[in-house]
Design a binder for this molecule. Structure first.
Ligand code: MUC
Ligand code: MG
Length: 391
């Protein structure tokens, strides 16, 4: 079976991209936008031997988080990546990555969606989980943090209490940066006090602070008992990030500053300018470049956190396959994306319990899409229905 799968090419016949928009369970208030729904691009590759591979490209808040949106991801794949890859052998992922890099500069999330589907296809043909292609899973489950971002301290505390009672999450990431620094610190202090020794509190500023804001902010945060601050200043402000990393006890984590291995190297060489990397599969450009970001961090003595672009169950499962192979994740993960959606689009949802999520077993990424839910949430649904009605 294995030898046969690799001895014949599996030519790429078709790459389908579908934008889905799924409402979130509540408004998700970030420094740059408030999300009421999450949009992702599902990528399905069909190969000449009849096999398929699934991937996902996701971003957050349209173009308010970063330089790619679901519309740009779909366009980059449909107009540039698909014509370049069609007819090529899907078993040769290294060659296809090189071809994608040559055809499309930047656009890591678009490349990640396709790259993930290539790994899924290859692993399915070989009958192994994607983790096997990255050296094999070391973990069966990974710890998962939850983001409190209702915009209201009392609501966030009630939500944290529920998560603790249900033993679903005990590490909490608070989204701040929208209000005055002083008000944000009061918000964090209230939540940290309510959680006490039962869990941990971290914050994500999503680049909203100046260096001066951040100096007051980090001092207040560590006094409030917060243990980590994510991307306090702009992604290009590496010298400010380094000052904060060196100047305070609280851990400083880079997120938006890391758009792939090149950035991982730059942040490492700037000091390092961060104590921890939030490694995101989409933002890194796929599973293999995310693995490269992890290797650079480890070599530079930077700690690791499995970050999310709030992918659906599909993209989250892909990330789980990779992070299951990483020996030590000092800060755990935030692979809770599907739990923020009113409905999961997987046939069988991921399993969250005891503050952890299980790595899906089975070939490929290890999950299947629910065709009816995808049909319901796909953005072009109305157009498709109108076309069918008009036939
Ligand atoms: C981010 O900036 O980390 C991840 C979790 C969450 O709530 O938002 C994202 C984005
Ligand atoms: Mg972040």
């Amino acid at each position: 079976m294995t030898a046969t799968a690799l001895s014949h090419p599996a030519r790429i016949e078709m790459i389908e991209t579908i934008i889905v928009d799924v409402p979130t369970i509540r408004g998700h208030v970030l420094s740059m936008t408030t999300m009421q729904s999450q949009s992702v691009v599902l990528v399905r590759i069909r190969f000449s031997d009849g096999s398929e591979g699934l991937g996902e490209g996701a971003s957050i808040g349209g173009l308010s988080y970063g330089p790619e949106s679901v519309e740009s991801i779909k366009l980059a794949i449909d107009s540039y990546i698909t014509p370049a890859l069609t007819g090529e052998d899907g078993n040769r992922i290294a060659a296809l990555r090189a071809l994608m890099d040559k055809t499309v500069r930047g656009n890591p999330i678009a490349r990640a969606g396709v790259e993930t589907a290539l790994w899924d296809g290859l692993a399915r043909r070989l009958g192994v989980p994607v983790s096997a292609l990255f050296g094999g899973a070391i973990h069966e489950r990974l710890p998962v943090a939850w983001t409190l971002a209702s915009g209201n301290s009392a609501t966030d505390i009630a939500e944290a209490e529920r998560m603790l009672d249900e033993r679903r999450h005990r590490d909490f990431k608070l989204k701040i940066g929208k209000r005055a620094v002083r008000d944000d610190i009061a918000h964090v202090a209230a939540i940290a006090k309510a959680i006490g020794e039962r869990g941990t509190v971290r914050v994500d500023v999503n680049q909203a602070w100046s260096l001066q804001d951040a100096r007051w902010g980090l001092k207040g945060l560590q006094d409030a008992g917060c243990i980590l601050v994510e991307q306090p200043v702009g992604r290009d402000e590496l010298s400010a990030l380094r000052k904060l990393t060196d100047g305070y006890e609280i851990a400083v984590m880079a997120d938006e500053a890391l758009q792939g291995p090149g950035d991982a190297m730059r942040v490492a060489m700037a000091g390092p300018a961060a104590d921890v990397y939030a490694v995101k599969v989409c933002q890194s450009g796929g599973l293999a470049p995310a693995r490269d970001v992890i290797s650079i961090a480890s070599a530079a003595g930077i700690e690791l956190y499995g970050g999310t672009m709030l992918e659906s169950g599909l993209g989250t499962a892909a990330a789980l396959q990779l992070f299951a192979t990483v020996p030590v994740l000092q800060w755990g993960t935030e692979f809770f994306g599907p739990l923020l959606l009113t409905e999961d689009i997987l046939a069988e949802p991921l399993h969250y319990q005891d503050f952890t999520v299980a790595i899906p077993q089975g070939p490929g990424i290890g999950v299947a899409l629910d065709a009816d839910k995808v049909a319901f949430y796909r953005r072009d649904r109305t157009r498709i229905q109108t076309a069918i009605a008009g036939q």
